[in-house]
Every structure is written in C-alpha cells, then in structure tokens.
Design a protein around this ligand. Structure first.
Ligand code: PHE
Length: 446
C-alpha cells in the first residue's frame, strides 16, 4: 500500500482544492431553498454561527487526521488509533463517511444533471422571453420526465468518475484555479444586477433581519446539517484531501479562508435568487426548484441574457463537478485501501451510485408516490437525512477522535499552528463544538 501519496503543488492549490469541494450545489442550490423553507434570516444567522463554532474547528480536525495519517480515511484512522493505543474500531468511521457520501452523491448527481439540462437549454436560448410561470412549468415537466432525469444523471456521473479514475490532484488543481474566480465574479455581477431590481430591498430584509418566531428546533437542526454539508465536513471526504496537504501549511488559516469563501458564495447566490423571488412575487419556500426557476428569469432580463445564463450554468456545472469528485474520492480511496485497483474501485463506486441515484432521478415521476419513511420520497430522504444527521454525526466522531484520542504531539504538528494555536483549537473543539453538535443532534433525533 502506498503510504506517502502525491502532494498538492502549493498551499494555494490546497486551499483551492478544499474550496472546490466546499463550493457547489450546497451554496448555490441548497442554501437558498433550505433557507427559504426555514425562515430566511433566522436560518442564515444560525447557519453562520454553526460554521464558525462547529464547521471550522471540525474541518480542521478532519483535515489534520488525514494529514497526520497520510493515507485513505479508514487506514489513517486505524493507524492513528493504534498509535494512540485506542481501539482499531475507529477505522469504521471511515466507512461511515463513505456511506454518507454515497447517499449524498446519489442525489447530488441527479441535481447536477439538472444543470446540464439547463446549460443546454440556455445555450439554445430556450428561456428567451419566457415568463416566470412558463419557466416554472418547464422545470416541472422536466422533473416529471424519467428518461431525461436518468440521462442527465448518468452523464454527470460519468464525467465525475472519469476524473476520479485518473487520480485527483493534478487535474483538479488546474480546474479550480480558473473556476473559482470566474464563478465568484459572475455571482458578484448577478448580485449587482439584483440590487437594481424591485425585490432587492425585500430580499435583504428577508435574509438579514431575523424574526425569532421563525426560530424553531427544526430550523436549528437544518442549519447545523447545512453548515456541515456546505463545508464538505463530516464524511471524511476532506480527510482524504488532507493526506495530500503540503508539510509547512497552517491549517487554521486554510480552514478560515475556505469558510469565508464558502459563506460569501452562498450569500451572493442568496441575494441574487431572493431578489428575483420577491420581484416576481414567488414563494421563497418553493423547494428544490428555486434556483432553477429564478435564475433563468433574472438573467433573461439582462442584456445578452442567454449568454450570461449559459456561462452561469457552465460554471455551476464545473463547481458541482469538483464537489462530486470530492464526494467520490473517499469511497474510491476506501476500496483501494482494501487492496482493489483504482480503476476497479472507481467502476464499483460509479455503478452503485448510478443505481441508487436512479431512485432519486425517478422520485419526481415513476417513484413519486414511493414514500418509504416519514412520508418522504427517496429524493427527499437522501437529500435531507444524510446531510442533516449523518454529516453531524460523522463530524462529532471525527472531532472526538482528534480532540480526545490522538496523541497531542501528532495533533500539534498536523495542525501547523504552533502550541498556542493548538490550545485555542482544543478549547473550542472540546468545550464548544463537541457538546453543541451532540445537543443539536440529540434534539433533532428526539
Ligand atoms: N460541500 C458540497 C456542496 O456544497 C457538498 C459536499 C458535501 C461535498 C460533503 C463533499 C462532502 O455542494
């Protein structure tokens, strides 16, 4: 088994790779619709607080485990547990992470497939001059078309798995370098345009002035799940990336940089989307279609609308692509760690995610009435339970492992923040992040 893996080319490359994993559907698609369903500003406030109190410290814990172990998640956890004299069962945490990303990737691929469809439609100018109602109806019809859902899901998964099969580091580095600044620039432009629309004031108030009646326990649970989801924390996916981290880099700085970028992408997307929602008199709680319906409307009102819209969907597709690659990596790394070849591991993961993903792809048509749990169909189940419950649970175990189990010297050196930085991190993770995640999870399960 290879112990010393390839390394990211530079510190910047590492930050970009983690940002690439973090920024994706979570920011642009999931944040607006989950915030829309959970009261807007109250949700935003709690989610940002969770990013600071849990997301960042646990992200550091997760990456430092990978960095100290320098192997795939299961092997890293097992080796570090043995070193600390703890039970080797910690390695199963790696498997739990792989299971979590498996569920997530199964719906992620379906929704990313929607971006492919929308990219093609905007290149063809299909949204030109269409009204909000027509775009909404078009989206519903697209969801209800099993063939198209399966086709786009398959295509996206194929794109993802080809990169994964080739090995991650080199290709991703180049892609992220270009993609992140472009995506950010385009969202800035869009938010700037949104500020000239009628809905802008209402959107700002709705996003930034919390009304505390809106703050229910379920909002808190969703906000915590979303904090983990959007940062890509809790599934050992970043752990796999930590294994490639350069020796001399400071982890806290990298984690804070990623979190700031991640939140700001979500905010820009939120401002753009909700300005349209309010300008058009739409309902913020409209569910998973929110972004797909609002942004074509917003862009169609700009000069050169369909060109901008095409660029936007292209960038979105690339952003989800880099996240999906990160989602697939821990599973492939796990199988590889068990002794399978990379190509075989990738093929197994691809095929099984494809199959399970079909259940989500068909949740809007053939399987719409198949509601095995809590009255929810498969898409609704896999897009809520793994992010809201599995990620925080995995994050909790990761935090406990790094904060209480690993030998102190290993953590200090893998954190790369000196003795003082270590003490600060340890106080926060032991006495804030771990208890808080535990309490919210418990509240969510009860
Ligand atoms: N953070 C990604 C997004 O926001 C999703 C993700 C979750 C990626 C968990 C990896 C692990 O789209």
């Amino acid at each position: 088994m290879s112990e010393t893996l390839e390394r990211w080319g530079s510190k910047r490359a590492f930050i970009l790779a983690v940002t690439g994993a973090a920024v994706g559907l979570g920011n642009i698609w999931r944040f607006p619709y989950v915030a829309g369903e959970n009261g807007g500003a109250a949700f935003l406030l709690i989610y940002v607080a969770f990013v600071l109190l849990l997301g960042i410290p646990v992200m550091m814990a997760e990456i430092l485990i990978g960095r100290a172990g320098r192997r795939g998640p299961m092997q890293a956890l097992g080796a570090l547990a043995a070193e600390a004299g703890a039970t080797p069962h910690w390695r199963w945490l790696g498997l739990f992470g792989a299971l979590t990303v498996f569920c997530i990737l199964s719906f992620y691929s379906v929704v990313s497939g929607w971006s492919i469809e929308f990219l093609v439609a905007s290149v063809n100018g299909s949204f030109n001059g269409a009204s909000a109602a027509e775009i909404g109806a078009g989206f519903e019809a697209f969801l209800a078309n099993p063939g198209l859902q399966i086709f786009n899901h398959s295509l996206f998964l194929f794109m993802t798995m080809t990169v994964v099969a080739a090995g991650v580091a080199k290709g991703l580095e180049r892609l992220n370098n270009l993609l992140m600044p472009l995506l950010y620039g385009l969202l800035l432009l869009l938010a700037g345009y949104a500020s000239t629309t009628d809905g802008f004031g209402t959107a700002l108030a709705w996003l930034f002035l919390p009304s505390f009646e809106a703050l229910t326990p379920s909002v808190v649970v969703h906000a915590m799940g979303h904090a983990f989801f959007t940062l890509a924390v809790g599934a050992c996916a970043l752990m796999a990336y930590g294994a490639y981290m350069p020796e001399e880099q400071s982890l806290p700085r990298a984690a804070v940089a990623v979190a700031v970028l991640d939140i700001s992408v979500a905010l820009l997307a939120g401002i753009a989307i909700f300005s349209v929602v309010f300008a058009q008199g739409m309902d913020p709680a409209d569910g998973p279609g929110l972004m797909f319906v609002t942004l074509p409307i917003a862009f169609s009102e700009l000069p050169w609308g369909s060109v901008w819209l095409s660029v936007f969907f292209l960038l979105l597709l690339l952003a989800t692509w880099t996240s999906a690659i990160n989602l697939a990596e821990p599973m492939v790394a796990t199988l590889q760690g068990l002794g399978l070849r990379r190509s075989i591991s990738t093929a197994i993961v691809a095929l099984s995610v494809w199959l399970i993903g079909l259940l989500s792809a068909l949740s809007f048509s053939t399987l719409a009435e198949f509601r095995p749990l809590l009255g929810r169909n498969i898409f609704e189940l896999v897009s809520s339970i793994p992010p809201d419950i599995f990620l925080p649970l995995g994050g909790l175990m990761i935090a406990i492992f790094a904060a209480w189990v690993m030998p102190r010297e290993r953590v200090v050196s893998a954190l790369g923040a000196g003795e003082n930085g270590y003490i600060m991190w340890r106080i926060i993770i032991r006495w804030v992040s771990i208890p808080l995640t535990f309490v919210v999870l418990l509240a969510g399960l009860l």
